[in-house]
Design a protein around this ligand. Structure first.
Ligand SMILES: *Cc1c(COP(=O)(O)O)cnc(C)c1O
Length: 424
């Protein structure tokens, strides 16, 4: 079989393959930028591992209380070094990003405090944690309030309104780096640094936390290196490298991490316990692969943007724009296109490629949602995945892909599915 013929095995026509390869040929400069950041971040990870003396003994496991878990303690030192913080909490007992954020916020606020977002409403699941829709156990039930300031129409920070609207008793300020399920841009680390500088003058005693989900290794600096007191993320996204089976991290000042640890386990026990079970090895290995996998996901995202721009669709960000997260949005404008797009992504997966996703009702949404994912780890969105709510403007949110070849095939599949359905 000739090289090009392998695409025929996936049902890709010559026309679609040539379209995608034409787009690809124009992206050499962009890919070189991504590879430069990858190289730097790979060396940064390797250096943190060597400096903290990761040894074979660190790959072993503990059970029960997990006292003196060499691997867990070393991994936390590696994270702290890598992200330039005093301390770190990196645990498989943290189930996902929302859990990590909930632990970080509840550990670092007390009754009567306010949580404040200078960048609009936070990620959907965080709104529930904060108590915006009446969930049991929310921060609101514990007397912690929440307020926010909208972004300017161009998606930048509204410094004047922030100055006016920041609550007197703001104890924790939350900045979300990634776009989440909105069409606003993700914030560059540089712009987050400027915002932090401004906020520190306004409220020197408030703790500044960055939700770093989807952002790790996209740039060569992280928000923790530009003044954030605390930074939080999920290990089934970028820093787990598609290998960590579960987990989350909270890095930051000693005080912030200690407060979070008291919440994750129990007051007085904090970081001392937490068995790694069999997870030290995949958590080290995942972190090690994180920069490479993030770069692969980014190349897929850029290719997707370029192809859909050639086809006349709106994309966020545009293929050539500077990125600060791995999410690529394509505005497809009809429910039929959104559905076929997601089916195309699903058909490029290593697992469950034989299934076709259907739109369905989801808790927390006011409309049906369609989700494509054929992952080795359930819910992992550093693996190739796409989803979108079935409402205007019928935007697909696309992210992940553990290698570029799969990302490229997925782009072809989405176009092929749209063509087969006579939707483009
Ligand atoms: C993924 C994500 C989260 C957390 O989501 P989980 O599904 O709980 O891991 C929070 N904030 C942002 C911006 C995210 O992308």
């Amino acid at each position: 079989m000739k090289f090009a013929d392998i695409y025929g095995e996936f049902g890709i026509s010559k026309e679609v393959r040539e379209l995608v390869e034409k787009a690809e040929a124009s992206l050499k400069g962009k890919f070189a930028e991504i590879e430069a950041a990858e190289e730097y971040n790979q060396l940064k990870v390797l250096h943190a591992m060597q400096k903290n003396k990761v040894t074979e003994a660190c790959l072993l496991e503990t059970t029960g209380y997990g006292y003196n878990d060499l691997g867990r303690e070393t991994l936390e030192n590696v994270y702290a070094d890598l992200f330039g913080t005093e301390d770190a909490l990196v645990r498989s007992q943290i189930v996902c990003g929302t859990h990590a954020l909930a632990v970080a916020i509840s550990g670092n606020t007390r009754p009567g405090d306010m949580v404040y977002s200078p960048c609009g409403l936070p990620y959907d699941t965080l709104q529930t944690v904060l108590g915006l829709n009446g969930a049991k156990g929310s921060l609101k039930e514990y007397g912690v309030g929440f307020s926010y300031t909208e972004l300017l129409p161009d998606g930048s920070f509204d410094y004047e309104r922030i100055r006016k609207e920041i609550p007197e008793n703001a104890a924790l300020i939350e900045i979300q780096r990634s776009r989440g399920y909105s069409l606003r841009p993700s914030f560059s680390v540089e712009s987050i640094g400027e915002l932090i500088g401004f906020l520190k003058k306004l409220k020197p005693n408030a703790k500044i936390m960055v939700d770093n989900c989807y952002g790790e290794f996209v740039e060569t600096k992280e928000p923790s290196e530009v003044g954030a007191d605390m930074m939080v993320g999920s290990l089934i996204k970028n820093p787990g490298g598609g290998i960590a089976p579960v987990g989350g991290y909270i890095v930051g000042t000693e005080e912030c991490v200690e407060n979070a640890a008291a919440r994750l386990t129990a007051p007085g026990i904090g970081k001392e316990i937490g068995p790694s079970l069999g997870n030290n090895r995949p958590m080290f290995m995942g972190l090690y692969h994180g920069p490479q996998v993030t770069a692969a996901a980014l190349k897929g995202a850029v290719l997707l943007a370029k192809v859909y721009e050639m086809l006349g669709f709106d994309t966020f960000p545009k293929f050539g724009e500077k990125r600060s997260d791995i999410v690529q949005t394509v505005v497809l404008k009809t429910p039929e296109r959104l559905t076929e797009f997601c089916r195309g992504v699903q058909s490029a997966s290593p697992v469950d490629a034989c299934y076709a996703p259907e739109p369905n009702a989801m808790p927390g949404y006011d409309c049906e949602v369609i989700m494509a994912a054929g992952c080795f780890t359930s819910g992992s969105s550093i693996e190739l995945s796409a989803d979108g709510p079935l409402r205007e403007p019928y935007a697909a949110y696309y992210q992940g892909g553990l290698n570029y070849a799969q990302g490229k095939l997925a782009v072809m599949e989405t176009v092929q599915f749209l063509k087969n359905g006579s939707l483009i």
